[in-house]
Design a protein around this ligand. Sequence first.
Ligand code: HEC
Length: 214
Amino acid sequence: MKNIRWLLVLLTVLILSACTPGETDRHTEKDEAEEGNSAMVEGKKVQDYYLDSCSGCHSPDRRGATGPALLPGRLTEKDAYYHQVIKDGKPGTIMPPWGAQLNDGEIDTLIQFIRSDASASATKWSEKDIQDSLNIITPEKDLPDQPKQAMNLDNLLLVTEREAQSIAVIDGDHHKLLGKIQASYRAHGYVFHPTKPRWAYNMGRDGWVFKIDL
Ligand code: HEC
């Protein structure tokens, strides 16, 4: 198992328009002064934390997606209510609890953030930004022509290990762990190429798309 080397091609990026931690320098000081959101959550600027952890459901511009909009005009309840929802989640819905990783002060910082006006400049990505974020780990021409392992490509099980930021690959015929693949900060679901079974894609809630050579 040690000699298994997964070749990854990190292809393209940003389904919507999330920023990643490395892109924080995209925000100008003026933006930040306007946003008033230099506070930190889990060692990140609150807007970056929001983009990584919340925007997948509430959308990068906070106008809502599978989760409701988180904009000042809509948030008519008291802080204590939102504090509890963020801490404990909403049982029976997909709103997860964050109390295990965030302290009360960090939850309050997030509440202040969702009560602030959304800054368009913080969430906009141009096509060029997307192109520039492309990161090739192994060029496609250097990938092997034949599978490097004896396994049934049609029966691989890919398991997202979200907290570990990796993807476990399990041989579904023999129930053996074949290896682990680096994934994004908020790795999420998979898409498989419709005609070329060697390619799998993992999309993160933080907007990164990984193209994986199985
Ligand atoms: C997996 C999807 C998902 C993620 C990720 C998520 N939320 Fe939610 N959130 C929801 C859904 C769905 C609801 C609505 C639940 C309901 O039906 O009341 C919700 C509700 C809320 C509410 C209450 C809104 C209201 O008007 O009652 C707040 C506040 C909130 N989320 C904040 C956050 C924050 C902050 C984060 C990131 C730390 C986050 N959410 C991450 C799905 C998500």
